[in-house]
Design a binder for this molecule. Structure first.
Ligand code: NDP
Length: 303
């Protein structure tokens, strides 16, 4: 099954009778998602050692925001073992599921659901994905460096909570809109992290930003080749590392990092490791992350 996996709809779900065990990614838009190719490659590997996974398949569903409320009970009735949620559903699903694991509660958003007879249990694997990706890309943990985070949306929230919970000594958060920045700061203060956070606006960079931090791009800037950077990176030292949650194009982040001599990693690692954690949550078995990454990168190169 490749990226050409068909895109299903709510109407398909109401008459879903295909044999086997089903997993799905649910979003809108969804046609571009690498998750089916990545998870089906992993399931093939798992099935070689554990025959119980031979009839597990992962598909994609395009469900508009306003129909999630009817879609989740329909997925449950059809017996879908696990779901991944992506834009625009992560926050809404949080309030619709039967239970949310403690680790995901401060985030107010879930990206992974597991079937139980009573309803879906939700969790969020994005922070784990970012943490593993940083460690494998740069050789240090999120807790070891000062972090400058760009963005204050859903991904930024998972990243901020994860970095602070891992012991990040200081986290600087910059965002375009003040409202979202303040909302994220309030969440982090409520969690007891107030003394380790600082904020800034893109229009006015503070003079005392760390010299060689871990920069993390969690804005949507970088999804397109021609997107600008939110701020100039020229003031940071050559030991700076930059983790970019976007992937798929050579963008201004990777170009600037090459120009300044910074280490740079794209968001595929985060995608792979959040997916691996989801798969483990559904199957109870370690996920073959290398297979998942190879499948995702192959599909990206074909697109
Ligand atoms: P949200 O919509 O929740 O947040 C978007 C963020 O981008 C906000 O901080 C927003 O700022 C900022 N932004 C959007 N447009 C601009 C712009 N023109 N200039 C400056 N800032 C802008 O989205 P998510 O948090 O879910 O996703 C953010 C990024 O993370 C996306 O690129 C997404 O693809 C990526 N991501 C990657 C994952 C992976 O596994 N690699 C997983 C999840 C997300 P404002 O508040 O001002 O609107």
């Amino acid at each position: 099954m490749g990226v050409e996996t068909p895109t299903h709809t709510l109407e398909d779900l109401t008459r879903w009778q295909a044999p086997g065990k089903w997993l799905a990614i649910v979003g809108d838009p969804i046609a571009h998602s690498l998750s089916p190719v990545m998870h089906n490659a992993a399931l093939s590997v798992l099935a070689q050692e554990q025959p119980e996974f031979a009839d597990w398949r992962y598909v994609r569903f395009q469900i508009p925001a306003e129909r999630l409320v009817e879609a989740l009970p329909a997925f449950h009735a059809a017996g879908f073992v696990g779901l991944n949620l992506t834009l625009p559903h992560k926050v809404h699903a949080f309030s619709l599921v039967k239970e949310v694991l403690e680790e995901a509660r401060p985030l107010g958003a879930v990206n992974t659901l597991r079937w139980t007879p009573q309803g879906y249990i939700g969790t969020n694997t994005d922070g784990h994905g970012l943490s593993k990706a940083v460690e494998l890309s740069f050789g240090f943990s999120l807790g070891e460096r000062e972090v400058v985070l760009f963005g204050a949306g859903g991904a930024a929230r998972s990243i901020a909570v994860r970095a602070l919970s891992e012991g990040c000594p200081r986290l600087w958060i910059g965002n375009r809109s003040k409202d979202r920045l303040e909302e994220l700061q309030d969440v982090l203060r409520e969690l007891g992290y107030g003394s380790r956070i600082r904020s800034f606006s893109f229009a006015e960079l503070p003079a005392d930003l760390p010299a060689e931090p871990l920069l993390i791009n969690a804005t949507s800037l970088g999804l397109k080749e021609q997107d600008p950077l939110p701020v100039s990176l020229a003031g940071f030292g050559s030991g700076t590392c930059c983790y970019d949650t976007t992937y798929g194009v050579i963008n201004a982040w990777s170009r600037a990092c090459a120009a300044h001599g910074f280490s740079y990693a794209d968001g595929i690692g985060m995608l792979v490791w959040q997916g691996a954690r989801s798969l483990e949550f559904w199957t109870g078995h370690p996920a073959p992350a290398q297979t998942m990454e190879a499948a995702a990168r192959r599909a990206l190169n074909r697109a």
